[in-house]
Design a protein around this ligand. Structure first.
Ligand SMILES: C[S@@+](CC[C@H](N)C(=O)[O-])C[C@H]1O[C@@H](n2cnc3c(N)ncnc32)[C@H](O)[C@@H]1O
Length: 437
């Protein structure tokens, strides 16, 4: 009982933190650090709290269906605790209703929601009666609105996805946004190889498999207490990197002696991949506007023992003014642009609630400026890869198309859009490889 109660309490605390602006993964890490949970508890808490964050709209519909007070008028602490209870009843099929209700009510009882224990109990019991009678909240007959409610996505976003690929595609993508994301690692090929690393994981009873079609990718099948406690972390044997993102650096085919610019580089998943592929023997300049994020990149370089990368804090759109000596200097350039991150919504449960069409439009302007201002740093016959972790065409293929129309000396070599899929792991991703002829 006590563990059940503590799991729900921790999950509720995560929702409180996220509602006050903390990112989900930071909130999870902070809260978990205050308890002595085992890996199974952590997996449960992650599923429950991240599920509640993703399904916020759906769970609010249930509050409106069941309670006299609509969700917007509920005291926030009560609203989030109701989400904890409702999510277990509506979305987690392995938890008996009685356990879901009693453990959630216990949180109310033992915290400053004590006076609302009866309300929590009544609403959750009423939910069970409604589930048993198939009495669900009313949802619109309009397919798009219905999808937005069922998959708990802002209506504007569903409208966009439908515009991009039609309703059938949108249903698959929307479902993928609510699945549990994979945990993928990329081994540091300068220090280890796949077999050696998999054996080390096996010795520690960690179930992991090689990711097909990737030369250095490993998928973790069990949930570690702390990713940093996995074997080889301190010794720089690996980094965390989604499998789709591992496609990007190899597109540049980094080689010994190459002069490479990584224009938006922090925290360095792709910079370090570029360096490893070139056997730490290229000349890589890693630029980023954020000092804080560059510090993380720097510590990754140290941990992985990579020597071929120099970091530079700068606005990449003005590199051409700050460092005119870099004009036509690079053989290879990566622009892993700041983007809406729509391909990673499953991984970042809170981001669907902070995104907006306006923010995307601002990002498109920045992406255009980055391409225009960084391109002159590429040598003749050089290669540039532009990548994002979004599936929004205006940030991806349409942006590249516009750029190609304006610059006749550039050739599109290849283009790849990976869509998030419910039945396939991996984030959504886009990459275009262009050459300067
Ligand atoms: C998608 S993230 C890069 C992720 C990184 N390439 C990796 O694989 O770990 C985009 C980065 O662009 C940086 N950024 C945004 N605007 C920038 C600008 N004008 N100049 C340089 N960096 C910028 C952000 O600070 C952020 O670190």
């Amino acid at each position: 009982m006590l563990t059940g109660y503590l799991q729900r309490k921790a999950s509720w605390e995560i929702l409180l933190k996220v509602s006050s602006g903390t990112y989900s993964d930071h909130a999870l890490e902070k809260v978990i650090g205050n308890y002595e949970f085992n890996p199974l508890d952590i997996a449960f808490i992650t599923e429950l709290s991240f599920g509640c964050i993703r399904y916020r709209k759906f769970l609010d519909l249930w509050i409106d269906h069941l309670s006299k007070l609509p969700h917007k008028k509920q005291p926030p602490k009560l609203r989030w605790l109701l989400h904890i209870g409702l999510y277990q009843l509506l979305k987690m099929d392995k938890i008996p209703f009685s356990a879901a209700i009693s453990s959630t009510v216990e949180v109310a009882k033992r915290t400053d929601l004590k006076g609302l224990t009866g309300t929590v109990n009544a609403i959750l019991r009423n939910t069970v009666r409604n589930i048993e009678k198939d009495n669900y909240p009313k949802m619109s007959f309009n397919e798009i609105e219905r999808l937005s409610c069922l998959e708990s996505l802002p209506l504007w976003l569903v409208n966009e996805i439908v515009n991009w690929g039609g309703i059938k595609e949108a249903k698959n993508i929307a479902k993928a946004f609510n699945k549990k994301p994979s945990i993928d690692l990329r081994i540091n090929s300068l220090k280890t190889d796949l077999n050696k690393f998999l054996n080390e994981l096996k010795e520690c009873n960690i179930n992991a498999t090689v990711i097909s079609q990737l030369s250095h990718g490993v998928a973790l099948n069990s949930h570690p207490r702390s990713i940093k406690k996995l074997p080889g972390y301190r010794d720089g044997m690996w980094v965390v990197q989604d499998r789709s993102s591992q496609w990007v650096a190899p597109l540049l085919n980094p080689m010994k002696g190459d002069k490479i610019l990584d224009a938006c580089s922090a925290p360095g998943s792709k910079t370090t991949h570029l360096a490893e592929l070139a056997n730490d023997d290229a000349e890589i300049i890693a630029v980023d506007r954020s000092e804080k994020r560059l510090k993380i990149l720097q510590s990754n370089l140290e941990r992985l023992n990579i020597k071929s990368v120099k970091t530079l804090q700068a606005d990449a759109t003005s590199l051409i003014d700050i460092k005119p000596n870099l004009i036509s200097y690079f053989d290879k350039i990566l622009i892993d642009a700041p983007c809406s991150g729509i391909g990673t919504l499953a991984r970042n449960p809170d981001s669907r609630w902070s995104l907006s069409k306006d923010k995307i439009n601002q990002l498109i302007l920045l992406q255009e400026r980055l391409l225009e201002s960084i391109f002159p740093l590429l040598k003749k016959n050089g290669t540039l890869v532009y990548s994002t972790c979004t599936i929004c065409p205006e940030e991806n293929n349409l942006l590249i198309k516009k750029f190609l129309l304006k610059n006749k000396e550039i050739k599109l070599e290849s283009e790849r859009q990976i869509l998030p899929r419910f039945d396939r792991p991996g984030d959504g991703f886009y990459a275009a490889k262009i050459t300067y002829k």
